[in-house]
Design a protein around this ligand. Structure first.
Ligand SMILES: [Zn+2]
Ligand SMILES: [Zn+2]
Ligand SMILES: [Zn+2]
Length: 161
């Protein structure tokens, strides 16, 4: 009888991979199907139609044509709101609020910086931008975290209340 110590690597699995996987089973974090796009909807709901890519969620349609995975969330059921403006009116804010309120955890997948001037360490606001990259009050082709200067340049005003 062999007395060799059993290691995970004996069965083709590394400690590191296993650690991440087990944590993801418990928390739901660490799984790419749990990625939320900056538009506030699930990354895997984006349709890559050639001329007009868009994002479909529930009964509504979102114009997001440049999906970016920004958040990994424990529970995806909360990310189905519509964008009706920037900041608190953006779908990502509404979804995250509903999600966190239920005690669920989420983590950033990106470095938080202004998408336009790349400044970090400054307050940023989530905004929806139309085709001309101007702030829009409904869903837009683009969504971005913007610093106050860049938001102003895109035709928005800093609304934090
Ligand atoms: Zn999107
Ligand atoms: Zn969307
Ligand atoms: Zn900026």
């Amino acid at each position: 009888m062999s007395r060799q110590e059993v290691k995970l690597s004996d069965i083709g699995v590394s400690e590191e991979v296993m650690e991440k996987y087990m944590v993801s089973l418990e928390t739901g974090v660490g799984d790419s199907s749990r990625h939320v796009c900056i538009c506030g909807h699930l990354l895997n709901r984006h349709v890559n139609a050639e001329a007009n890519p868009y994002c479909s969620f529930g009964k509504s349609l979102c114009l997001c044509s440049e999906p970016i995975a920004v958040i990994e969330a424990e529970d995806l059921r909360f990310f189905g709101y519509s964008t009706t403006g920037l900041g608190k009116k953006h779908a990502l804010s509404k979804g995250l609020f509903a999600h966190n309120r239920r005690g669920k955890s989420a983590r950033w997948l990106i470095e938080r910086e202004c998408f336009k001037c790349n400044q970090t360490g400054v307050p940023l606001l989530i905004a929806s931008l139309g085709r001309q990259r101007r702030v829009t009050q409904s869903s837009g082709q683009f969504n971005a975290l913007l610093c106050s200067n860049c938001l102003y340049e895109c035709g928005g005003s800093w609304e934090i209340d």
